[in-house]
Design a protein around this ligand. Structure first.
Ligand code: TYD
Length: 426
């Protein structure tokens, strides 16, 4: 069996924001000058006690006190001011598929390290998470790596972004990979004697999993009435997905592909009155392009494709709003969609009256938005039918609340679906 041991900060997660804010908090609390922004990256990697003494000039006693103050802020806020590097999720999935032993050896105590892994839905990828005891401020990296290794293994490799990680591996006679995307410099990693240097996560994937297929990504859509706050929520969801280490790509319907965008113009230009059937077929035509040229290739590449509207919009607007019938519009779209349905669809649930009030506050309505309220009432009713038909696909969120509240629930619902899908794939 092969064992792959990872450092956490700067290797799996980009954690400087939470760490640095907590360091500043601790310095302030002890009456020391806050370190300047230019020192930010020095603090990631070395043990806290070392940093407080070396960089801030504290005595041992002061450093112990500063560590306490640091934890006050870090353990409930700083931990989560953090993001998983893009590509790391895919790498962990690939290592698990290979049957490797995967562990973390970090300089932060194991409790917060576990909470970070859990927070990002990554804990099931790790066979072991090792950090120093709470009061062991100067734990040597080689001892941590040793504790993270399984009892028996054929080969092992340590992956880390600072000289501490490479030195730890060297002390144990293990090969190491310098992670170039983290907080150390290439010069630091090479001069400490890393066996390999990976400039990007993709290079590490090539090194550890040569020839393995990329795990599939996912297709997500966001739906709702015009005025439900879709654009704001797509931005917030995208940020949450990004923090979780998903490689996010945006698209929209109608549009999303070059030909689709031209069809969009025809569909949304006011004055382009047309038969309801023509309209439905044009939306379907744009979708046929989008599914084949954009959605499927992105999912194959391992990306999360976040789409502003998909076939449910046709069922709701042309099926309900234009009264062509939900089932008929779904049938009409079947060859365009060809079985490619979103893994999850976020539905921003807001009544049509409230949506209209929000819409009229915004300027310049397009051809669909200019329809009377009765049209949007039928759209809403059709969405309800669709949700009833496929409750497992929809994540329904009450969108009448503040953007932050909606965003929190939306992200939680979608991330739960994504991690469940990752689990099912194992
Ligand atoms: P949208 O992207 O929400 O508009 P905006 O960019 O102005 O926020 O969607 C454009 C309009 O097209 C919207 O009113 C819904 C409508 N629509 C349909 O009627 N059928 C469809 O299949 C799709 C995808 C959209």
């Amino acid at each position: 069996m092969r064992a792959v041991i990872f450092d956490l900060d700067g290797t799996l997660t980009q954690s400087d924001e939470g760490i640095f804010k907590s360091i500043r908090y601790a310095a302030r609390k002890l009456g020391f000058a806050e370190p300047p922004e230019s020192d930010r990256f020095k603090f990631i990697g070395p043990p806290l006690m070392y940093s407080f003494r070396e960089y801030l000039g504290m005595t041992r006693e002061q450093a112990v006190e500063a560590q306490e103050a640091y934890r006050e802020r870090y353990w409930d806020t700083g931990l989560f001011e953090n993001r998983v590097y893009p590509g790391i999720r895919s790498l962990l999935r690939m290592l698990k598929k290979r049957g490797d032993w995967v562990a973390i050896a970090t300089g932060k105590p194991s409790d917060p390290a576990r909470r970070i892994a859990e927070h990002f839905g990554l804990n099931r990828y790790f066979d072991r998470i090792i950090g120093p005891d709470l009061n062991d401020g100067n734990a040597a990296k080689d001892a941590l790596i040793l504790a993270a290794l399984p009892e028996r293994f054929d080969e092992a490799v340590m992956v880390g972004d600072r000289h501490f990680d490479i030195e730890g591996a060297n002390a144990l006679g293990l090969p190491s990979v310098g992670a170039g995307w983290g907080y150390g410099t290439e010069e630091e990693l090479r001069s400490t004697g890393c066996t390999h240097y990976a400039a990007r996560v993709g290079d590490l994937i090539d090194l550890l999993c040569p020839g393995d297929p990329m795990p599939r990504g996912a297709f997500l859509s966001v739906e709702g009435l015009d005025g439900s706050g879709k654009s704001t929520q797509i931005g917030m969801l995208s940020e949450a997905l990004d923090r979780w280490g998903f490689v996010v790509r945006h698209s929209r319907e109608p549009g999303g592909s070059p030909v689709g965008e031209r069809i969009r113009e025809i569909l949304l230009t006011r004055g382009n009155e047309m038969e309801s059937l023509t309209e439905a077929l044009l939306f379907a035509a744009s979708r046929a392009e989008h599914v084949r040229k954009v959605i499927r290739p992105a999912v194959e590449r391992g990306e999360v494709l976040l789409c502003d509207r998909f076939v449910d919009s046709s069922a709701a607007y042309q099926g309900g709003g234009r009264e062509l019938g939900v089932d008929r519009v779904m049938q009409l779209n079947a060859p365009a969609v060809d079985g490619t349905l979103p893994l999850a669809t976020l539905y921003l649930d807001i009544g049509h009256e409230q949506a209209m009030r929000r819409r009229t506050a915004a300027s310049d309505p397009d051809r669909m938005e200019s329809e009377p309220d009765s049209f949007h009432a039928r759209v809403e009713a059709a969405y309800r039918t669709l949700i009833g038909q496929d409750p497992r696909r929809f994540v329904v969120v009450d969108a009448s609340r503040s953007p932050e509240e909606v965003g929190r629930d939306a992200a939680a619902g979608i991330l739960a679906r994504l991690t469940a899908a990752e689990e099912a794939d194992e």
